[in-house]
Design a protein around this ligand. Structure first.
Ligand SMILES: O=P(O)(O)OC[C@H]1O[C@](O)(COP(=O)(O)O)[C@@H](O)[C@@H]1O
Length: 399
């Protein structure tokens, strides 16, 4: 059977085209007629008190705040340019959410050798079509925002220069975990936002694109991930706490559901690909052996959870505590480790390569890989006390 024709990306609607014309009416109807619980009752979060903006006018009449309202003038006011950029990023992510949930995604998700054409380097896993499509969706949104000078993505060998006067630099993994997509396992988009370094404006494009993308994570202005799972959740930070918003499919808005996310100081869960045990260094083996027997500083047996989808494993870790780790040189510093470490730190946790704080590392290559440990403060301290936890033996795993 022939695969269905794919709508060109820039034309692909979030909602079916017939519905599109009625969207304003549907939204108005949903706002007034669909029962929505008061914010204070959602998931047990007392939104108004936790967010510190109690009763502020960025909430609508229902006491709800959308992402755009939250970052806008009546909310935390991150500045008009960043609001516009964020609005375009969330739009792109809604399109990706729709794509990964599409009945046609399994035909898109197969390896087709598009990797080389899309600029996949031999050093990296060849991208699958869904990665490529997601990349194009984000690139098109960043272009349309008019606010971005450079986009650096997992899917391109080199950063893409977009416009000279864009104020921001965006680093992104457009669709992490896409290797799991055929099994409908959660995936995610990761992004980080830097200011453009104006002092580099005089350099040739390629050079300034690369140098702008290799900024240290400590310079991030904002970062976030979007989890595509049973709910679509956008979790973000602007350097003053971490907030999470859940997509309301009836209106298409991201609603603030998890204000001021705080990772528990200790969890009872470790998240790692256990099959690599025999390639782990002594320190990591000892740590895992200890906590799973309940013989660590916290005298309870730990549980293992591993989805093998970084955003999903991290989201669970933020909610329940513990450590999400990949001890081998696999994850990327620039567009995975840095944005996620910024988020975790802003939620009160720690991001480390097993030896150093991630945000203190100076990237030297765009697709630089490293071991990554993200989690609760006390768990991270205990892990690092075991010394050698980085897996340096990294044989070619098939899956
Ligand atoms: O094979 P491992 O070491 O378990 O790595 C799995 C990790 O790789 C990732 O799939 C990212 O790698 P890719 O970008 O190459 O798919 C993460 O989502 C996941 O956490």
């Amino acid at each position: 059977m022939q695969s269905p024709a794919i709508t060109p990306l820039h034309q692909a609607p979030i909602f079916p085209s017939k519905l599109q014309n009625f969207l304003p009416k549907i939204r108005a109807f949903a706002r007034t007629n669909i029962y929505r619980p008061r914010m204070t009752s959602i998931a047990g979060f007392g939104v108004k008190s936790q967010v510190g903006l109690s009763g502020s006018s960025f909430e609508d009449d229902d006491g709800f705040s959308t992402l755009v309202e939250y970052v806008g003038k009546k909310g935390i006011n991150v500045g008009d340019d960043l609001v516009v950029l964020l609005d375009h990023i969330q739009y792109a992510c809604k399109r990706i959410a729709s794509l990964v949930a599409s009945p046609f995604n399994s035909s898109l998700g197969k390896q087709t050798g598009l990797g080389a054409a899309a600029g996949g380097g031999s050093d990296r896993d060849s991208p699958k079509p869904l990665d490529v499509v997601s990349n194009e969706i984000i690139l098109s949104s960043l272009r349309n925002s008019g606010k971005v000078s450079v986009m650096a993505s997992e899917e391109s060998d080199a950063p893409i220069w977009i416009t000279d006067d864009g104020r921001y630099v965006v680093v992104t993994d457009p669709l992490d975990g896409s290797r799991n997509i055929d099994a409908s396992i959660p995936t995610g988009t990761i992004f980080g936002i830097y200011n453009r370094l104006v002092e580099l404006d005089h350099l040739p494009r390629e050079e300034k694109a690369m140098l702008n993308s290799l900024q240290s994570g400590s310079k991030l202005v904002a970062a976030g991930y979007v989890l595509y799972s049973s709910a679509t959740i956008l979790c973000t930070t602007f350097g003053s706490g971490t907030q999470a918003f859940t997509l309301d499919r009836s209106t298409g808005d991201f609603i603030l559901t998890h204000p001021s996310v705080k990772i528990p100081t200790r969890g009872q869960i470790y998240s790692v690909n256990d099959a690599r045990y025999f390639d782990w260094p002594q320190g990591l083996r000892q740590y895992i052996d200890t906590v799973r027997q309940g013989k660590g500083r916290y005298p309870k047996k730990y549980s293992a959870r591993y989805i093998c989808s970084l955003v999903a494993d991290l989201h669970r870790t933020l909610m329940y505590g513990g450590i999400a780790m990949n001890p081998r040189d696999h994850l990327r510093l620039v567009y995975e480790a840095n944005p996620l470490s910024f988020l975790v730190e802003q939620a009160g946790g720690r991001g480390s390569d097993g030896k150093h704080r991630i945000l203190s590392l100076q990237p030297v290559k765009l697709h630089q890989r490293l071991p990554l440990f993200l989690g609760s403060l006390e768990d991270m301290e205990e892990l690092e006390s075991y010394g050698n936890v980085q897996q340096k033996v990294n044989p070619g795993y098939e899956v």
